[in-house]
Write a protein that binds this ligand. Structure first.
Ligand code: ATP
Ligand code: MG
Length: 307
């Protein structure tokens, strides 16, 4: 078969269909970005946050969504679109957007260590003795011209004591006021509770949500685009209502489970020679290993806080 026949695939994917099975499977396992309307809207709001002039009252954002909905994938894409390289060698890197992981122990020194790590500033393991000082953090953030600090897995703060949580909120206020950077918190829905106790912060954080998928046009488009991006040699009839219902039912509308099931089914389709995805391709028990629909609260399924 020659590539000209793979008209069911987008042009950029057609050459991949010519590759051998193992190479195509490697491609299927690789990370990819598939657009969908909720992500577009969150991205627009993130770009607004990024574009706002520095002031004493920066607008911040809290992005919540169930585990596996694609929050980290989305902010990493946001980070990539604003990465700046300076100099011919590209060695000196500005960090207008710093994406850091919230430490499990939400104390100041650990938070600062994570923040510096996200920028690529080496920190010493036993930082209890050499904890980065506030002045160092401020200097580094000013040097890399940080405009937005994204704190992923902010829900970790809820593991701290009430006192630790209070101190953490103070730290956020200090960062925002002292540096005039915008803050973007990312976490599971419970993260909202962490901010509720602080009036000032609550008012300065815009709430957005990546809601679980429902059976509808948006989900069907997402699945179709995802399948298009995979180098299968036969057209895949994946937009049937029966298949959509099965995917939503078995994944609970979670992006992670949906992507995983589709990737596994596609790999099996290459190995079996079927080269296409259809309802039967998802009837193999193996496709669903470890994928379970989480029990979601009704409010979080239906209500989108976007817009
Ligand atoms: N836009 C997308 N395009 C393609 N795949 C995606 C997209 N968003 C998410 N995924 C898939 O879903 C998986 C889970 O996404 P991600 O890790 O971003 O979720 P999360 O919301 O950060 O979860 P957690 O709260 O557990 O950290 C990704 O590894 C990827 O396979
Ligand atoms: Mg994540």
């Amino acid at each position: 078969m020659c590539p000209a026949e793979w008209l069911h695939l987008p042009e950029d994917v057609r050459p991949l269909a010519a590759l051998g099975s193992e190479e195509r499977i490697r491609h299927i396992r690789a990370k990819r970005w598939v657009d969908y309307p909720h992500a577009d809207r969150v991205m627009r709001r993130l770009n607004e946050i990024y574009a706002q002039p520095r002031s004493e009252r920066m607008e911040n954002m809290l992005l919540i969504g169930h585990s596996g909905m694609g929050k980290t994938t989305l902010v990493r894409k946001f980070e990539r679109t604003h990465t700046v390289r300076v100099g011919n060698s590209g060695t000196c890197r500005l960090h207008p957007i710093v994406v850091m992981l919230m430490p499990h122990d939400p104390t100041g020194p650990r938070f600062f260590a994570q923040l510096l790590k996200a920028i690529g500033v080496p920190t010493i393991d036993s930082f209890e003795r050499t904890a980065p000082r506030e002045s160092t953090v401020l200097r580094v953030l000013a040097e890399v011209q940080a405009k937005v600090i994204v704190i992923d897995e902010m829900n970790s703060v809820l593991a701290g004591t009430a006192r630790q949580q209070r101190l953490f909120l103070q730290l956020l206020r200090w960062l925002s006021n002292e540096l005039r950077v915008a803050l973007v918190g990312i976490g599971v829905p419970e993260t909202r509770h962490a901010l509720l106790s602080d009036d000032q912060l609550r008012n300065r954080f815009m709430n957005l949500e990546l809601p679980a998928w429902e059976n509808g046009e948006d989900f069907s488009h997402f699945v179709t685009r995802l399948v298009w991006s995979l180098p299968l040699r036969e057209p895949s009839p994946v937009d049937s209502r029966r298949l959509m219902k099965m995917l939503i039912g078995r994944t609970g509308g979670i992006t992670l489970g949906t992507c995983k099931a589709i990737e596994r089914a596609a790999i099996m389709a290459i190995r079996s020679g079927a080269e296409r995805l259809d309802y039967q391709a998802f009837e193999h028990a193996e496709v669903w290993d470890g994928i379970e629909a989480p029990v979601l609260m009704a409010g979080h399924r239906r209500k989108s806080r976007l817009g």
